[in-house]
Design a protein around this ligand. Structure first.
Ligand code: ZN
Length: 143
C-alpha cells in the first residue's frame, strides 16, 4: 500500500461523512416515506458519489494544506522504515502511477469479456499496476 493511502483510508473511514450523509436519507426516505428501495445501499449506485465525497472531506479537514506531508514525513515514513528524505520521489511515483489506476478495471473487463485469459490479465495487472502476483489475483467472485 502506498504510504499516502494510510492517511486517505484513516481519514475517510474515521470521519463520519458517510454516516452523516446516509442517516437522514435512511430516516426520511426509507423509514418515514417507506421507500424500501432506499433501505439497500449499492456501493456503485448514485448515492455513493456524494457519500464517498463527504467521507473524503475528512482528509482535508484533518490535514489541511501541508500538514499531511509534514505528518507523513515525520511519522509515517519512519514507521514504515522509509527515509523521509525520499519523500519527494515517493510522491512523484504516486503521481506517475495515478495515470495507470484505471488499468485494473480495463483488464478486469477484458477478462470478464474473454478478451484475455486469466494468466494474461494477471500478468498485465502486475505490469501496469506495479503489484505482486498475489495482489494481481482477481477477486474470488470473478474466478
Ligand atoms: Zn467510503
Amino acid at each position: 500500500m502506498p504510504i499516502d493511502r494510510a492517511v486517505d483510508l484513516g481519514c475517510h473511514k474515521g470521519y463520519p461523512g458517510h454516516q452523516v450523509y446516509n442517516m437522514p436519507l435512511e430516516r426520511t426516505l426509507s423509514r418515514r416515506r417507506e421507500l424500501s428501495e432506499f433501505s439497500i445501499y449499492p456501493l456503485y449506485g448514485p448515492q455513493s458519489f456524494p457519500a464517498e465525497g463527504s467521507a473524503n472531506f475528512g482528509i482535508e479537514l484533518a490535514f489541511p494544506n501541508d500538514e499531511r506531508t509534514t505528518f507523513e514525513k515525520a511519522v509515517l515514513f519512519p514507521l514504515a522504515g522509509l527515509v523521509p528524505a525520499g519523500a519527494a520521489h515517493n510522491y512523484a511515483l504516486g503521481e506517475a502511477t495515478k495515470a495507470l489506476a484505471g488499468a485494473r478495471f480495463t483488464l478486469a473487463r477484458d477478462y470478464l469479456e474473454d478478451r484475455v485469459t486469466r494468466d494474461q490479465a494477471m500478468a498485465l495487472t502486475q505490469k501496469y499496476s506495479l503489484v505482486s502476483e498475489e495482489s494481481a489475483l482477481p477477486p474470488a467472485a470473478l474466478v
